[in-house]
Design a protein around this ligand. Sequence first.
Ligand code: 2YJ
Length: 259
Amino acid sequence: MTRLREKDIDGLGANLLRLDGELYDICGAGLREIAARASGLLTVPEQGLKIGVVPVTAGLGIIGGFSSAVCSILRCLGAEAEITEETDAAGMYESLGRNEATILADDKIYFALNHKTGRLAENGSATGRGFAAALELAAGSLEGEQVMVAGAGPVGLAAADYLQKCGSEVIVYDIAPEKLKGLPYKVTTDIRGQAFAYILEATSSAEVIKAENLTDKTIISAPGMPLGVENASALRKEGRLIHNPLELGTAVMYMDLLL
Ligand code: 2YJ
C-alpha cells in the first residue's frame, strides 16, 4: 500500500467543493451519494456521527495535514469530527471517551470504528467499492459491460467484487501471476495492445495504463497512488477520469460506520 505524501493531500480541505462538482459532472452524483451507494446505505441519517481523528506517530510517523484532511472530509459529509489532542493509544483512549466513533491510520492500515455498533470500516475495501460505484454511475450502467481492473490487491479486488455484483464482466490484470490464482474472474498478466471502455486502476505503479489501452471514450476510475495512467491530464479535461487520493475512500469508510 502506498504511503500518502504531504503533497498528495495539500489543499484537500479547500478543494472539497470543487471535487464534489467534478464528481457531479462525471457521475451525476457527489461524494456523499457515491459513498452511500458504495456502502449499500439506503438513507444517510440527518444526524452525523461524533468522530475522533487520532494522529498516529508509529512507523514512519505523522503525515503533515493527514488528520486535518480526514477531518475536513468527514465534516463535509455531516460528521462532527475533531482531531484528538493525544496521539496513538492515548489518542484512541481519548476518542473512546468523547466520541461515537474513531478513525486512524498507520503505514499498514487505515480504519474506523463505530464504538456503539462495533462496526469496523477499512480503507482498502471502502476505496475499492467507492471507485467502482463512481465508475458505475459514470457509465450509467455496467450491466453486461467489460471492466478491466488493474491491480489484484485489496482495493482492486474489492472493486472487482462490487463490479461483478452490478453485472459487469470483470477482467483482472496484474503483473504478478500468483496474485491472480483462484480468483473468480477472467484474469490476465498482459494488456498490451488491448483497449478497454471501462478501467478501474488500483495499482501502486505509474503509467500502467498506456494510450494503447484506451478508446476515445474510455472512462477510468483510479484509486491507484501514484496515478497509473499515461496522459492523465487530457482524460481529466474531458471528464473521463475519476481520481482522488483520500476523499472517496474516507467517505465510504464513514458511510460504512453508519450501516
Ligand atoms: O496519522 C498520521 O498522520 C499517519 N500515521 C497517517 C498514515 C497514513 N497511512 C497511509 O498513507 C497508508 N499507507 C494508508 C493510506 C490509505 C489511503 N488510501
